[in-house]
Write a protein that binds this ligand. Structure first.
Ligand SMILES: C[S@@+](CC[C@H](N)C(=O)[O-])C[C@H]1O[C@@H](n2cnc3c(N)ncnc32)[C@H](O)[C@@H]1O
Length: 189
C-alpha cells in the first residue's frame, strides 16, 4: 500500500484531490469506493471527473480528507492553498501531502538526474520557482497538527531505476496533517 492508501479514512469517505493533473489517482480511489472530487487549475486537464478550479478559492461541502499529490509545491500561494484546505476539511479531517523537497538535492542527486557531472546549479535553476519542502512543512505546521512527517525516496519512480532508492532517499516528503479534533492523546502540546 502506498502512502495515500495507508492514510486515507476508509471508503466511502469524501476526498478532495487538489491539483489532480490527469485524474489518475482520483479514478483509482473511485474504483475503491471513495467519493472523490478532483480539481486542477489547468483547464486543459478538464474531463469527466476532473473540474477546473484553483484550490485557493475552491469552496464546497466538508471533506474527510484533502490530498495534495505533487501539487502543493506548484501552487502560487502556499498560505491561501492551505487555508482553503483547512476550510474544506470537516472537523477531524485529514490533510495528506505526498511531495518532494527539491532543496535537499545535492551534487550526487543532480548529476544522477541529468546524467551529467556538475549539474547542481542547473537543478537549482530549474526548481527555483517551486516551493521548498521546508516552506511547505512550515506552512502546514501553522495551520494543522502534523501527525507524521517522513523523508522517502522520490526520483526512482520517474527514472524507473530501483537502484536509485538509497541515493535519493531524502527527496520525498510525506506528511499527514490533522485538524485538532483528530489529534490522538500524546500528540497535543
Ligand atoms: C506535477 S502535477 C501533479 C498532478 C497529479 N496530482 C499527479 O500526482 O500526477 C501538479 C498539478 O497541480 C496543478 N495546480 C497547480 N496549482 C494549482 C492550484 N492553485 N489549484 C489547483 N491545481 C493546481 C497543476 O495544474 C498540475 O496539474
Amino acid at each position: 500500500m502506498d502512502f495515500i492508501d495507508t492514510h486515507l479514512p476508509p471508503a466511502p469517505a469524501r476526498i478532495l484531490d487538489a491539483g489532480c493533473g490527469d485524474g489518475a489517482l482520483a479514478d483509482r480511489l473511485r474504483e475503491r469506493g471513495y467519493d472523490v472530487t478532483a480539481i486542477d487549475i489547468d483547464p486543459e486537464r478538464a474531463r469527466p471527473g476532473v473540474r477546473t478550479a484553483d484550490i485557493c478559492d475552491f469552496r464546497d461541502d466538508p471533506y474527510d480528507a484533502v490530498v495534495f499529490a505533487l501539487s502543493l509545491h506548484h501552487v502560487d500561494d502556499l498560505g491561501r492553498a492551505l487555508d482553503s484546505a483547512a476550510a474544506l476539511l470537516r472537523e477531524g479531517g485529514r490533510l495528506l501531502i505526498d511531495e518532494f523537497a527539491h532543496e535537499r538535492a545535492g551534487t550526487a542527486i543532480a548529476d544522477l538526474f541529468y546524467d551529467q557531472p556538475g549539474s547542481l546549479s542547473r537543478w537549482r535553476d530549474e526548481h527555483r520557482d517551486l516551493h521548498t519542502g521546508a516552506a511547505m512543512v512550515d506552512a502546514v505546521a501553522g495551520r494543522f497538527t502534523i501527525a507524521s512527517l517522513a523523508s522517502v525516496p522520490y526520483l526512482y519512480r520517474y527514472l524507473e531505476d530501483e537502484t536509485l532508492r538509497d541515493t535519493e532517499s531524502v527527496l520525498g516528503l510525506q506528511l499527514v496533517g490533522l485538524q485538532p479534533a483528530d489529534v490522538p492523546a500524546g500528540w497535543r502540546p
